[in-house]
Design a protein around this ligand. Structure first.
Ligand code: CMX
Length: 444
């Protein structure tokens, strides 16, 4: 058994009594209340989920297992001569809450390699899909197709699963699935955009290095891949992709069924697809300007035009954050260091200078600042990945690390099937009229 699994087992056994104590002795304590606007408005701010994998503070941004982005990048072990950590070591952190030694990270590198075999029927299936299929649809389909391999589903069928051991079967699926994702994603990329000229995996490379190799993009794209996957991994439990994965897994669905569903949520333009939308939006108004880099005035006009046509500015705003997303800042710092004179980077920087004021003036968005998606396309574009409808697949590989760590712990702590309660509009009207001591509702 790997030391990752042993450490995880110790953590699970230490953690279970905390959950039991909370439930047994404090189960009826209130931790919040739900307003009418929260019930109608997508449950914004309702505290109804528990996770220890990451926490999102509205003003500070994300912390993974208590560590800021900078701390993660600094403390985690890195491949020799590289500046960004092993994705495998980061997964160790997400699962156990501990910073691994280099030796422990390398052990996970080997573990992933052993598990990374992608069944040939997945490639056959991808080959038969229409060429114009969106790469996120292909990615989700490939993940779902591999459900056939689920150790968890098989054990369930054989009656082997109980509340105490189910996490171990989930763990097997989670590690198998993650280790296969880079090859699946790179295959989709090369099939769709490089005439099916597939590059085989290189077993000598780590997760990030092998992905860059299979994409056919040279150094330092391996570094970009490591950074990108870590930055996009997790954003606590309430976002659409994490919540969907958690919800589906709560029905004791295995990791393949759950992740495929989460990836479908990520494919929505208000969530992960925003990273392709940003590039599409920028290219579109550059085209209108005959390919010229817009002046600040022209940029302001383009932003207002978008808002006035009833659309959102992609890459700006957030449901929880109330400041510039530190994932945006981390990528911006990369650009300042490695591609300060890149035209697209300068354009995105110009947007950063004008959009927040315009969104404030427009007066609707609660957070006028950029999120992770505003900056991520710039780096990809710079290194030659110009097919921007592929960007959300990259987000999807990263996001898988977080959501799959979460559902491993969901099983370890025996979280039940999720089932919030709904009310009817009539019930809401009844509740508010009672609470204000009147039976007449204000009409609009
Ligand atoms: N441009 C224009 N209007 C925006 C806006 C933006 N970037 N962000 C929010 N608004 C509007 C909302 O559409 C909403 O309008 P209505 O009242 O007419 O419905 C109003 O401001 C209030 O919204 P909010 O409470 O500030 O934001 P929400 O929590 O409802 O939504 C989000 C959050 C991210 C969906 C929204 O900010 C948005 O649509 N942003 C653009 C898309 C985007 O970048 N998504 C990626 C988010 C990060 C990720 O998940 O990858």
């Amino acid at each position: 058994m790997s030391s990752l699994k042993e450490v995880l087992r110790t953590k699970v056994e230490e953690h279970r009594p905390r959950m039991t104590n909370l439930l047994k002795n404090y189960g009826d304590r209130k931790i919040g209340e739900v307003t009418v606007s929260q019930a109608i408005g997508g449950m914004r701010g309702v505290k109804g989920l528990v996770t220890d994998i990451s926490y999102l503070d509205p003003y500070e941004g994300i912390r993974f297992r208590g560590y800021t982005i900078n701390e993660v990048m600094e403390k985690l072990p890195k491949p020799d001569g590289k500046g960004y950590p092993f994705v495998e070591g980061f997964m160790y952190l997400l699962l156990t809450g501990e910073i691994p030694t280099k030796e422990q990270a390398l052990e996970v590198v080997e573990e992933f390699k052993k598990r990374s075999y992608v069944p040939s029927y997945v490639f056959d299936l991808l080959n038969t899909m229409p060429k114009e299929t969106h790469p996120m649809t292909m990615f989700s389909t490939a993940i779902l197709a591999m459900q056939n391999e689920s150790v968890f589903a098989n054990a369930y069928k054989m009656g082997l699963i109980n509340k105490f051991n189910s996490w171990e079967y989930m763990y097997e699926d989670v590690l198998n699935l993650i280790s296969r994702l880079p090859e699946v994603a790179a295959y989709i990329y090369r099939l769709k955009y490089k005439n099916g000229d597939i590059i085989k995996p290189d077993k000598n490379l780590d997760f990030g290095g092998n992905f860059a190799h299979m994409m056919g993009i040279g150094d330092p794209y391996d570094e970009v891949a490591r950074m990108y996957f870590i930055l996009h991994s997790d954003h606590e439990s309430g976002n659409v992709s994490a919540h969907t994965t958690h919800l589906v897994a709560s029905a004791l669905s295995d990791a393949y069924l759950s992740l495929s569903a989460g990836i479908n949520g990520l494919a929505g333009p208000l969530h992960g697809l925003a990273n392709q939308e940003v590039l599409g939006w920028i290219q579109n108004f550059m085209k209108q300007l005959g390919g010229k880099v817009p002046t600040e005035e022209k940029l302001k006009d383009a932003v207002w035009d978008t808002l006035n046509s009833g659309q959102v500015i992609p890459g700006y705003g957030h449901a929880v954050l109330r400041k510039t997303d530190p994932r945006y800042t981390a990528q911006r710092e990369y650009c300042l260091k490695y591609l300060p004179n890149d035209e697209l980077f300068q354009l995105v920087s110009k947007l950063y200078a004008v959009v927040p004021d315009i969104l404030r003036e427009a007066g609707k968005a609660k957070n006028p600042f950029p999120n992770v998606d505003a900056q991520s396309g710039v780096i990809q574009w710079y290194y030659g990945l110009k097919e921007y409808d592929f960007y959300t697949v990259l987000f999807g590989i990263g996001r898988s690390l977080g959501v799959l760590a979460n559902i491993t712990w969901d099983r370890a702590l025996g979280y039940p099937i999720e089932r919030p309660k709904s009310v009817t509009t009539g019930m809401l009207e009844e509740m508010v009229s009672q609470s204000f001591g009147t039976t007449t509702l204000v009409s609009v």
